[in-house]
Design a binder for this molecule. Sequence first.
Ligand code: ATP
Ligand code: MG
Length: 393
Amino acid sequence: MYFKSILVKYGEIGIKGKNRYLFEDALMDNIRFALQGIDAPFEVTKESGRILVTFEGTYDYEEAVSRLTKVFGIVHISPVVVLEDKSFDAIARTVGDYMEEYYGKPDFTFKVICKRADKHFPKTSMEAAADLGEYLLDRFDGLRVDVHKPEVGVHVEIRNCVYIYSVDIPGPGGMPVGTNGRATLLLSGGIDSPVAGYMIAKRGVKIDAVYFHAPPYTSERAKQKVVDLARIVSRYAGPIRLHVINFTEIQLAIYDKCPHEELTIIMRRYMMRIAQSIALDEKSMGLITGESIGQVASQTMQSLMATNAVCTLPVYRPLIGFDKNDIVDVSQKIGTYETSIEPFEDCCTIFVAKHPVTKPNVHAIERSEHHLADVIDEMVKRALDTQEIIECS
Ligand code: ATP
Ligand code: MG
């Protein structure tokens, strides 16, 4: 069946009082962005706590639905019939035609749920629901009323127009991206960091990303994988600006001058410092990582403390209490898993010590970093100056 319009229902943003219009506007912008390039002109409008997407002519319905189910802030979407004629007869006939066209021979229990926002409409919601129910029972033999647990709820909302729908497709929930500030994701090619970015974006936070690249130890293909991951996350999070930092020189210096069992921690501290510097430039309000307690040596409580010690911005670690299995589940659900497991080395796997410290002492680490004092500021500056920026969407 052809649906000219799709009705979008949103949740949490409805409760934001005076800020409500900001949230609605952000959601409408994000919907427009998500539908960009769809094969028909469309319009996104707002009506009393709902958003309506109206297409001109035929379009790829499955594709439009698939894209809308990734827009944070959307709780449900429903393909909807919109009727301008608000006479009872026209409504009844249209509801009947809709049932016939959508379900063929309706054969299930149902209930009509009516909302009369337009108080000029002569029947109350209850009366209209009862009368429409009766009309449908007369027209279709297979229908039975069940007011408690109907298989199909037929919604008829009488507002500026009449909206008729009976299908609720779940959206991702969360809040519209852009309504809760900006944060900077340390994005590697692994399974965890794309999921971490997804989770923070879901709370309405706009995401930038930083990737530490170590050519020739990490290949162009490894970098492309990170770009691919940023693109997948951007289907949910909107456009992501990816900063690619050449980290080779710094990594080699650490390798040269610092105790090997501390390589990973020291390297991670420089990643955080550089990411923070980018974040501050981008007016971002926090860093995001895919760390989870105890996952690897660099994610023990002591290691996290040592890494965190170089940050003044808050560091958001949404996966901190997740088991790897749970993270894999989310990555499969959001579609990053297959890309994450492509076998391209990241810079951490090249310079790993056989026996990394698992309980680093911050003061000892600081002493080791002293060995870099002569060169590191220059190197960090060079890394920042030579960064490559890739807009991913
Ligand atoms: P992931 O699966 O997300 O790569 P991981 O389990 O491999 O994480 P680590 O390598 O210890 O764990 O990295 C911890 C976090 O540090 C990552 O989740 C990511 O946020 C960040 N990170 C690690 N390597 C890089 C990199 N090359 N560029 C950017 N961020 C990185
Ligand atoms: Mg990794």
